[in-house]
Design a protein around this ligand. Sequence first.
Ligand code: ADE
Length: 347
Amino acid sequence: MEFSNILLSWYQTHKRDLPWRNTSNPYYIWVSEIILQQTRVQQGLAYYLRFIERFPSIELLAESKLDEVLKLWEGLGYYSRARNMHKAAQQIVHQYKGKFPNTYSSLLKLNGVGDYTASAIASFAFNESVPVIDGNVYRVIGRYLGISYDINSVKGKTKYKEAASELMDSKNAAQYNQAIMEFGALQCVPKNPNCDVCPLNGSCYSAIKQTVEEFPVKRNKVKITQRFFYFFVVSCEETFVLHQRKANDIWNNLYQFPLIEVSKKESIENIVDQFTRNRDVDAFELLGVSKEVKHVLSHQHIFARFIRIELNEIPGLKANEVSVSRAKMKEYSLPRIITRYLEQNDI
Ligand code: ADE
Protein backbone atom coordinates (compact mmCIF):
# COMPACT_ATOMS: atom_id res chain seq x y z
CA MET A 1 0.00 0.00 0.00
CA GLU A 2 1.24 3.49 -0.61
CA PHE A 3 1.95 6.11 2.04
CA SER A 4 -1.38 7.94 1.84
CA ASN A 5 -3.49 4.78 1.91
CA ILE A 6 -1.63 3.48 4.94
CA LEU A 7 -2.18 6.78 6.75
CA LEU A 8 -5.87 6.91 5.84
CA SER A 9 -6.43 3.39 7.02
CA TRP A 10 -4.49 4.02 10.27
CA TYR A 11 -6.60 7.16 10.81
CA GLN A 12 -9.88 5.26 10.57
CA THR A 13 -8.97 3.15 13.58
CA HIS A 14 -6.99 5.63 15.69
CA LYS A 15 -8.53 9.07 15.23
CA ARG A 16 -9.81 11.02 18.20
CA ASP A 17 -13.38 12.20 18.04
CA LEU A 18 -12.99 15.98 18.04
CA PRO A 19 -15.81 18.43 17.36
CA TRP A 20 -14.08 20.32 14.54
CA ARG A 21 -13.71 17.04 12.67
CA ASN A 22 -17.45 16.52 12.46
CA THR A 23 -18.13 19.69 10.53
CA SER A 24 -17.29 21.28 7.22
CA ASN A 25 -18.29 24.74 8.43
CA PRO A 26 -15.26 26.92 7.60
CA TYR A 27 -15.95 29.27 10.51
CA TYR A 28 -15.75 26.47 13.10
CA ILE A 29 -12.68 25.02 11.41
CA TRP A 30 -10.99 28.41 11.37
CA VAL A 31 -11.67 28.96 15.09
CA SER A 32 -10.34 25.51 15.96
CA GLU A 33 -7.18 25.92 13.90
CA ILE A 34 -6.33 29.30 15.39
CA ILE A 35 -6.84 27.96 18.91
CA LEU A 36 -4.81 24.84 18.14
CA GLN A 37 -1.90 26.97 16.99
CA GLN A 38 -1.77 28.15 20.58
CA THR A 39 -2.26 25.07 22.63
CA ARG A 40 -2.62 21.31 22.71
CA VAL A 41 -5.85 19.56 21.82
CA GLN A 42 -6.83 18.78 25.42
CA GLN A 43 -6.75 22.40 26.59
CA GLY A 44 -7.83 23.78 23.20
CA LEU A 45 -11.05 21.80 23.31
CA ALA A 46 -12.42 23.78 26.28
CA TYR A 47 -11.49 27.10 24.64
CA TYR A 48 -13.05 26.00 21.37
CA LEU A 49 -16.36 24.98 22.97
CA ARG A 50 -16.57 28.22 24.97
CA PHE A 51 -15.73 30.32 21.92
CA ILE A 52 -18.32 28.64 19.70
CA GLU A 53 -20.94 28.84 22.41
CA ARG A 54 -20.38 32.58 22.85
CA PHE A 55 -19.91 33.35 19.13
CA PRO A 56 -21.85 30.64 17.26
CA SER A 57 -21.60 32.48 13.95
CA ILE A 58 -19.17 34.72 12.19
CA GLU A 59 -21.74 37.56 12.27
CA LEU A 60 -21.87 37.40 16.07
CA LEU A 61 -18.09 37.44 16.27
CA ALA A 62 -17.90 40.43 13.91
CA GLU A 63 -20.43 42.39 16.00
CA SER A 64 -18.81 41.67 19.34
CA LYS A 65 -16.54 43.97 21.32
CA LEU A 66 -12.84 43.20 20.96
CA ASP A 67 -12.50 43.20 24.75
CA GLU A 68 -14.91 40.32 25.02
CA VAL A 69 -13.00 38.28 22.46
CA LEU A 70 -9.75 38.96 24.33
CA LYS A 71 -11.39 37.93 27.58
CA LEU A 72 -12.36 34.53 26.11
CA TRP A 73 -8.81 34.20 24.81
CA GLU A 74 -7.32 34.88 28.23
CA GLY A 75 -4.61 32.36 29.07
CA LEU A 76 -4.03 31.21 25.49
CA GLY A 77 -1.41 33.88 24.77
CA TYR A 78 -0.56 35.46 21.40
CA TYR A 79 -3.47 37.86 21.66
CA SER A 80 -2.76 39.25 18.20
CA ARG A 81 -4.34 36.05 16.88
CA ALA A 82 -7.63 36.92 18.61
CA ARG A 83 -7.46 40.50 17.36
CA ASN A 84 -6.82 39.30 13.82
CA MET A 85 -9.76 36.90 13.98
CA HIS A 86 -12.04 39.67 15.10
CA LYS A 87 -10.84 41.88 12.23
CA ALA A 88 -11.10 39.07 9.69
CA ALA A 89 -14.67 38.31 10.83
CA GLN A 90 -15.59 41.95 10.14
CA GLN A 91 -13.84 41.74 6.78
CA ILE A 92 -15.88 38.65 5.80
CA VAL A 93 -19.19 40.06 7.01
CA HIS A 94 -18.78 43.54 5.52
CA GLN A 95 -16.61 43.11 2.44
CA TYR A 96 -17.65 39.59 1.42
CA LYS A 97 -21.28 39.87 2.55
CA GLY A 98 -20.82 37.02 5.04
CA LYS A 99 -19.60 34.50 2.47
CA PHE A 100 -16.54 32.72 3.79
CA PRO A 101 -13.73 32.64 1.16
CA ASN A 102 -13.57 29.09 -0.17
CA THR A 103 -10.16 28.70 -1.81
CA TYR A 104 -6.62 28.60 -0.47
CA SER A 105 -5.61 31.78 -2.31
CA SER A 106 -8.68 33.80 -1.28
CA LEU A 107 -8.32 32.65 2.35
CA LEU A 108 -4.77 33.97 2.38
CA LYS A 109 -6.14 37.51 1.99
CA LEU A 110 -7.80 37.39 5.40
CA ASN A 111 -6.20 39.13 8.35
CA GLY A 112 -3.98 36.76 10.28
CA VAL A 113 -4.43 33.86 7.88
CA GLY A 114 -1.11 32.50 6.62
CA ASP A 115 -0.11 29.44 4.67
CA TYR A 116 -0.92 26.96 7.45
CA THR A 117 -4.39 28.26 8.31
CA ALA A 118 -5.39 28.80 4.67
CA SER A 119 -4.39 25.22 3.79
CA ALA A 120 -6.20 23.82 6.81
CA ILE A 121 -9.48 25.63 6.05
CA ALA A 122 -9.28 25.05 2.28
CA SER A 123 -8.72 21.33 2.70
CA PHE A 124 -10.87 20.55 5.76
CA ALA A 125 -13.88 22.64 4.73
CA PHE A 126 -13.66 22.58 0.92
CA ASN A 127 -11.52 19.49 0.22
CA GLU A 128 -9.07 21.57 -1.83
CA SER A 129 -5.91 19.64 -2.56
CA VAL A 130 -3.32 21.64 -0.61
CA PRO A 131 -1.00 20.07 1.96
CA VAL A 132 -1.20 21.25 5.57
CA ILE A 133 2.25 21.40 7.14
CA ASP A 134 2.50 21.86 10.88
CA GLY A 135 5.17 20.62 13.29
CA ASN A 136 3.65 17.13 13.29
CA VAL A 137 3.70 16.92 9.51
CA TYR A 138 7.31 18.11 9.34
CA ARG A 139 8.26 15.28 11.65
CA VAL A 140 6.35 12.54 9.81
CA ILE A 141 7.60 13.55 6.35
CA GLY A 142 11.13 14.40 7.49
CA ARG A 143 11.51 10.97 9.09
CA TYR A 144 9.72 9.05 6.36
CA LEU A 145 11.87 10.47 3.55
CA GLY A 146 14.99 11.25 5.60
CA ILE A 147 14.98 14.90 4.48
CA SER A 148 18.32 16.47 5.38
CA TYR A 149 17.26 20.11 4.87
CA ASP A 150 16.72 22.33 7.86
CA ILE A 151 13.00 22.96 8.44
CA ASN A 152 13.76 26.57 9.39
CA SER A 153 15.56 27.40 6.13
CA VAL A 154 13.85 28.76 3.03
CA LYS A 155 15.19 25.89 0.94
CA GLY A 156 13.99 23.37 3.54
CA LYS A 157 10.48 24.80 3.56
CA THR A 158 10.31 24.53 -0.23
CA LYS A 159 11.56 20.93 -0.18
CA TYR A 160 9.04 19.94 2.48
CA LYS A 161 6.20 21.59 0.60
CA GLU A 162 7.10 19.73 -2.59
CA ALA A 163 7.39 16.44 -0.73
CA ALA A 164 4.11 17.01 1.11
CA SER A 165 2.26 17.77 -2.14
CA GLU A 166 3.61 14.62 -3.75
CA LEU A 167 2.77 12.35 -0.84
CA MET A 168 -0.78 13.58 -0.31
CA ASP A 169 -3.92 11.92 -1.58
CA SER A 170 -5.21 14.78 -3.69
CA LYS A 171 -8.74 13.41 -4.06
CA ASN A 172 -9.12 13.08 -0.35
CA ALA A 173 -7.43 16.20 0.96
CA ALA A 174 -9.62 16.74 4.04
CA GLN A 175 -9.24 13.23 5.43
CA TYR A 176 -5.62 12.90 4.38
CA ASN A 177 -4.49 16.13 6.04
CA GLN A 178 -6.28 15.25 9.26
CA ALA A 179 -4.75 11.79 9.09
CA ILE A 180 -1.13 12.89 8.75
CA MET A 181 -1.48 15.47 11.55
CA GLU A 182 -3.08 12.89 13.82
CA PHE A 183 -0.39 10.36 12.95
CA GLY A 184 2.28 12.86 14.02
CA ALA A 185 0.40 13.65 17.23
CA LEU A 186 -0.24 10.03 18.30
CA GLN A 187 2.15 7.63 16.57
CA CYS A 188 5.17 9.47 15.13
CA VAL A 189 5.73 11.42 18.37
CA PRO A 190 8.83 13.57 19.01
CA LYS A 191 10.42 11.41 21.73
CA ASN A 192 10.76 7.61 21.69
CA PRO A 193 8.19 6.76 19.01
CA ASN A 194 7.25 3.10 19.02
CA CYS A 195 8.32 2.20 15.49
CA ASP A 196 7.69 -1.50 16.13
CA VAL A 197 3.94 -0.94 15.83
CA CYS A 198 4.10 1.69 13.08
CA PRO A 199 2.34 0.72 9.84
CA LEU A 200 4.94 2.67 7.85
CA ASN A 201 8.00 0.95 9.34
CA GLY A 202 8.62 -1.11 6.19
CA SER A 203 9.16 1.94 4.00
CA CYS A 204 10.20 4.72 6.43
CA TYR A 205 13.78 5.87 5.74
CA SER A 206 14.67 6.71 9.33
CA ALA A 207 12.91 3.70 10.91
CA ILE A 208 14.92 1.41 8.63
CA LYS A 209 18.15 3.24 9.42
CA GLN A 210 17.18 3.62 13.10
CA THR A 211 17.74 7.37 12.96
CA VAL A 212 14.27 8.70 13.79
CA GLU A 213 15.62 11.00 16.52
CA GLU A 214 17.68 12.87 13.90
CA PHE A 215 14.64 14.12 11.98
CA PRO A 216 13.30 16.62 11.23
CA VAL A 217 16.56 18.56 11.00
CA LYS A 218 16.39 21.91 12.81
CA ARG A 219 19.55 23.95 12.74
CA ASN A 220 18.72 27.62 12.93
CA LYS A 221 17.39 27.95 16.42
CA VAL A 222 15.25 31.03 16.97
CA LYS A 223 16.98 33.65 19.11
CA ILE A 224 15.38 34.16 22.51
CA THR A 225 15.26 37.65 24.04
CA GLN A 226 15.33 38.08 27.80
CA ARG A 227 13.19 40.83 29.37
CA PHE A 228 12.97 41.96 32.99
CA PHE A 229 9.60 43.18 34.24
CA TYR A 230 8.94 44.83 37.60
CA PHE A 231 5.19 45.16 38.16
CA PHE A 232 3.89 47.60 40.75
CA VAL A 233 0.83 46.33 42.55
CA VAL A 234 -0.17 49.68 43.92
CA SER A 235 -3.20 50.09 46.10
CA CYS A 236 -4.92 52.67 48.20
CA GLU A 237 -7.37 50.83 50.42
CA GLU A 238 -9.30 48.61 47.96
CA THR A 239 -8.38 50.49 44.81
CA PHE A 240 -5.66 49.31 42.45
CA VAL A 241 -4.14 50.73 39.30
CA LEU A 242 -4.18 48.86 35.99
CA HIS A 243 -2.46 49.97 32.82
CA GLN A 244 -3.64 49.04 29.33
CA ARG A 245 -0.74 48.07 27.08
CA LYS A 246 -0.71 50.09 23.89
CA ALA A 247 2.42 49.30 21.97
CA ASN A 248 3.42 47.14 19.09
CA ASP A 249 4.51 44.45 21.49
CA ILE A 250 3.21 41.43 23.41
CA TRP A 251 -0.19 41.67 25.14
CA ASN A 252 -1.36 44.67 23.15
CA ASN A 253 -4.64 46.07 24.63
CA LEU A 254 -4.48 43.82 27.67
CA TYR A 255 -4.31 45.21 31.20
CA GLN A 256 -1.49 44.76 33.67
CA PHE A 257 -0.09 46.42 36.77
CA PRO A 258 2.06 49.50 36.06
CA LEU A 259 5.40 48.25 34.88
CA ILE A 260 9.02 49.23 34.82
CA GLU A 261 10.89 47.20 32.21
CA VAL A 262 14.67 47.10 32.24
CA SER A 263 17.23 45.30 30.14
CA LYS A 264 18.99 43.56 33.05
CA LYS A 265 18.12 42.60 36.61
CA GLU A 266 18.22 45.51 39.04
CA SER A 267 17.92 45.89 42.78
CA ILE A 268 14.44 46.34 44.20
CA GLU A 269 15.62 49.57 45.90
CA ASN A 270 16.59 51.08 42.56
CA ILE A 271 13.39 50.08 40.90
CA VAL A 272 11.17 51.32 43.74
CA ASP A 273 13.12 54.55 43.74
CA GLN A 274 12.52 55.01 40.00
CA PHE A 275 8.83 54.34 40.41
CA THR A 276 8.22 56.66 43.34
CA ARG A 277 10.25 59.52 41.81
CA ASN A 278 8.48 59.14 38.53
CA ARG A 279 5.12 59.43 40.23
CA ASP A 280 5.91 62.04 42.86
CA VAL A 281 5.01 59.65 45.62
CA ASP A 282 6.58 60.44 48.97
CA ALA A 283 4.60 58.43 51.50
CA PHE A 284 4.29 54.75 50.76
CA GLU A 285 4.57 51.42 52.45
CA LEU A 286 6.36 48.50 50.81
CA LEU A 287 4.18 45.50 51.64
CA GLY A 288 6.22 42.84 49.91
CA VAL A 289 8.11 41.70 46.85
CA SER A 290 7.41 38.44 45.03
CA LYS A 291 10.03 35.93 44.02
CA GLU A 292 11.08 36.05 40.40
CA VAL A 293 8.60 34.41 38.04
CA LYS A 294 9.76 33.14 34.66
CA HIS A 295 7.23 33.37 31.86
CA VAL A 296 8.15 31.63 28.62
CA LEU A 297 6.84 32.90 25.28
CA SER A 298 7.93 31.58 21.90
CA HIS A 299 10.71 34.11 21.32
CA GLN A 300 11.02 35.77 24.71
CA HIS A 301 11.70 34.80 28.29
CA ILE A 302 10.21 37.22 30.75
CA PHE A 303 11.56 37.45 34.29
CA ALA A 304 9.04 39.25 36.45
CA ARG A 305 8.74 40.41 40.03
CA PHE A 306 5.70 41.96 41.66
CA ILE A 307 6.24 44.81 44.10
CA ARG A 308 3.33 45.43 46.41
CA ILE A 309 2.96 49.05 47.54
CA GLU A 310 0.30 50.75 49.63
CA LEU A 311 -0.25 54.50 49.31
CA ASN A 312 -2.36 56.77 51.46
CA GLU A 313 -3.86 58.45 48.42
CA ILE A 314 -4.61 57.20 44.94
CA PRO A 315 -1.76 58.28 42.69
CA GLY A 316 -2.47 60.51 39.70
CA LEU A 317 -3.28 58.22 36.78
CA LYS A 318 -1.02 58.26 33.74
CA ALA A 319 -2.05 57.67 30.14
CA ASN A 320 -3.96 54.38 29.61
CA GLU A 321 -4.32 53.75 33.33
CA VAL A 322 -7.50 53.05 35.26
CA SER A 323 -8.23 52.67 38.93
CA VAL A 324 -10.08 49.46 39.66
CA SER A 325 -11.42 47.74 42.75
CA ARG A 326 -10.01 44.32 43.56
CA ALA A 327 -13.38 42.72 42.85
CA LYS A 328 -13.69 44.29 39.39
CA MET A 329 -10.16 43.37 38.31
CA LYS A 330 -11.21 40.02 36.89
CA GLU A 331 -13.50 41.74 34.38
CA TYR A 332 -10.46 43.09 32.55
CA SER A 333 -8.49 41.09 29.98
CA LEU A 334 -5.26 40.22 31.72
CA PRO A 335 -2.22 38.31 30.49
CA ARG A 336 -1.68 34.92 32.12
CA ILE A 337 1.24 36.18 34.18
CA ILE A 338 -1.11 38.61 35.95
CA THR A 339 -4.01 36.20 36.50
CA ARG A 340 -1.57 33.67 37.92
CA TYR A 341 -0.24 36.26 40.34
CA LEU A 342 -3.81 37.08 41.42
CA GLU A 343 -4.64 33.40 41.89
CA GLN A 344 -1.57 32.78 44.00
CA ASN A 345 -1.46 35.94 46.10
CA ASP A 346 -3.98 37.23 48.52
CA ILE A 347 -4.13 40.91 47.69
N1 ADE B 1 -3.78 20.54 15.62
C1 ADE B 1 -3.95 21.49 14.72
N2 ADE B 1 -5.04 21.28 13.97
C2 ADE B 1 -5.59 20.13 14.44
C3 ADE B 1 -6.73 19.39 14.11
N3 ADE B 1 -7.54 19.81 13.14
N4 ADE B 1 -6.97 18.27 14.80
C4 ADE B 1 -6.15 17.89 15.77
N5 ADE B 1 -5.06 18.55 16.13
C5 ADE B 1 -4.78 19.65 15.48
